[in-house]
Design a protein around this ligand. Structure first.
Ligand code: PMP
Length: 423
């Protein structure tokens, strides 16, 4: 297909009119994407935050090859298989508290939908019919399907367009000090008879602009949910598996969510898989002698054996390779390299947490120009909203990471000059 324009492809989040031909990827390896024209790009965003072990890790590839030959897929309705059983058992063992019942999904958004459905039905099955809303946070993002969109920040682009179609939720700012803690607790208390669950991205709200909060904030949110008798859903899809410095982000606060959503790096970035994990208490509410109390959800490809095999291999790597140490090294380097950018014109804030580094600017125009500049510098980096950020593979080498941060340092001043020229 070399040289044939993408006449039949509809790209994500893209105004297709007049859009330049996208780059063509032909191979990946380590932290790199190889293009059809032979250029190699260091992936500063790990393919939408999935490729935590870098690309094509031989341990994952081998596990998938083995599974591919035995059984690439079989339906999960009425059948189970070893890769899924093993993965569910491992996740239950790794997760805190009573989070031990794993519902597999095929994407993060679907995992969030399943979590929301679980929370509402948890109440219904107990005869409590009024709790159908969710409390979610400003700058939050939970996916592109409609229920997931409803708990995403309402000022986020596509939201306004779908107003009236999306269920209305209770949206609160992330509480960050004593006063906002009290306001948050009061809001949740007042709305507790309507709210089925609080849903939060722990530690870093990623797609909403790489906004960070500390463990104390998360503790406050969890305590307020408990106080008001409302379930807590932690959406760790973007931050799970080491991204913020611990295997799971919420464990930095020592809290025990009722439901957790996992995805993205779950398979080490090799194939799509997500999971919604519930506590025994949530699961028990679905046990009864009435068929209608069952969870009525079942994505066609849920529990796909090939994806489960990849995820099992990915979990092995967290045991056998020093991923969390690598995150600590990345964090230190990002802090060192990005901090000086805080004083550049146009820069509003520089934030680092684990293997997430973000440079927030006042206004981000010339997005296509900026992306092209990074490609020219040999870096695959995708600024959005008002942030230029990196979430590299956790296996990125210090030299590769230097190339990423050097490109940001060189391109930022040129971008800022361009912005002030057009102002
Ligand atoms: N939740 C969070 C926190 C996410 O960052 C994303 C994806 N960026 C999703 C849910 C949705 O996941 P998916 O794109 O796999 O549907």
């Amino acid at each position: 297909m070399s040289g044939v324009p993408t006449a039949h492809i509809w790209l994500p989040y893209t105004q297709m009119q007049g859009h330049p031909e996208p780059l063509r990827a032909v191979r990946t390896g380590g932290s790199r994407i190889i293009l059809e024209d032979g250029r190699e790009l260091i992936d500063a965003v790990a393919s939408w935050w999935t490729a935590c072990h870098g690309y094509n890790h031989p341990h994952i590839v081998m596990a998938m090859e083995k599974q591919l030959n035995a059984m690439p897929h079989v339906m999960f309705g009425g059948l189970v298989h070893e890769p899924a059983e093993k993965l569910a058992a491992r996740l239950a063992l790794m997760l805190p508290g009573a989070l031990n019942r794993v519902f597999f999904a095929d994407s993060g958004s679907v995992a969030v939908e399943a979590a929301m459905k679980m929370a509402v039905q948890y109440r219904l099955n107990r005869g409590d019919t009024g709790r159908t809303r969710f409390l979610s946070f400003r700058d939050g993002y939970h996916g592109d399907t409609l229920a997931a969109m409803s708990v995403t920040d309402p000022d986020e682009g596509m939201h306004a367009l779908f107003k009236g179609y999306l269920p209305e939720q209770v949206i609160a700012p992330i509480p960050r000090d004593e006063q906002s803690n009290a306001t948050f607790r009061q809001l949740l208390h007042e709305r507790r008879d309507q709210v089925a669950a609080v849903i939060v991205e722990p530690i870093v709200q990623c797609a909403g602009g790489m906004k960070m909060h500390d463990a104390a904030t998360l503790k406050t949110i969890a305590a307020a949910a408990k106080e008001s008798g409302v379930l807590l859903i932690c959406d760790e899809i973007a931050v799970n598996f080491g991204r913020t410095g611990t295997l799971f982000a919420h464990s930095q606060a020592g809290i025990a969510p009722d439901i957790i959503c996992l995805g993205k790096a779950l398979t080490g970035g090799a194939i799509n898989l997500a999971a919604t994990v519930a506590t025994a208490d949530v699961f028990d509410a679905f046990l009864s002698d009435r068929a209608e109390d069952a969870l009525m959800h079942g994505p066609t490809y849920m529990g796909n054996p090939l994806a489960c095999a990849a995820a099992n291999a990915s979990l092995d790597l967290f045991d056998t390779e020093p991923r969390l140490q690598q995150v600590a090294t990345i964090e230190a380097q990002l802090q060192r390299d990005l901090a000086p950018m805080a004083t550049l014109p146009g820069v509003v804030d520089v934030r680092v947490k684990g293997a997430v580094g973000a440079v927030q600017v006042a206004d981000l125009h010339h997005l296509d120009w900026l992306k092209a500049q990074f490609v020219e510098a040999g870096i695959w980096l995708r600024p959005f909203g008002n942030v230029i950020y990196t979430m590299p593979p956790l296996t990125v080498t210090p030299a590769e990471l230097s190339e990423i941060t050097r490109a940001i340092a060189e391109i930022l001043p040129r971008w800022s000059a361009l912005e002030s020229d057009t102002r």
